[in-house]
Design a protein around this ligand. Structure first.
Ligand SMILES: [Fe+2]
Length: 123
């Protein structure tokens, strides 16, 4: 899976098969998003997690990320090599997600509408 964003309108695309670079939006090539590359507060963006009773409870981040109309976490993804679980969020939601968990899941992504993509590897 790769994530692309339109720098003009903010559309975000999760590309499940990445066989060409042909994605475009607003008449321009969409930009590949790389996690943890924007200079912003890591404590508000890096997902933190707790595994308990077969569930993984995720928060963004160690200090809760704002959830206003202008600045919010729009989704959280729990990922393994071949499974994805996605929680879509809106302004005023809590920047949190809970999913059934097994040890195959090793990555948590969070996407901020202003500060892009953040990744925590599950140890
Ligand atoms: Fe942010």
């Amino acid at each position: 899976m790769k994530i692309y964003v339109c720098k003009k309108c903010g559309n975000v695309v999760l590309k499940l098969e990445d066989k060409s670079e042909a994605l475009a939006c607003c008449g321009e090539k969409m930009e590949l998003v790389n996690a943890n590359t924007v200079d912003a507060a890591t404590e508000k963006h890096l997902p933190v997690y707790e595994i308990k009773d077969g569930m993984i409870n995720i928060k963004v981040g160690a200090t809760e990320h704002p959830m206003t109309e202008d600045h919010y976490i729009s989704f959280i993804i729990l990922a393994s090599a071949d499974n994805y679980m996605i929680k879509m969020l809106k302004a005023k939601d809590k920047p949190e997600a809970s999913f059934p968990y097994d040890k195959s899941y090793n990555k948590i992504y969070a996407y901020c509408n202003l500060h892009s993509l953040w990744l925590t590897e599950i140890k």
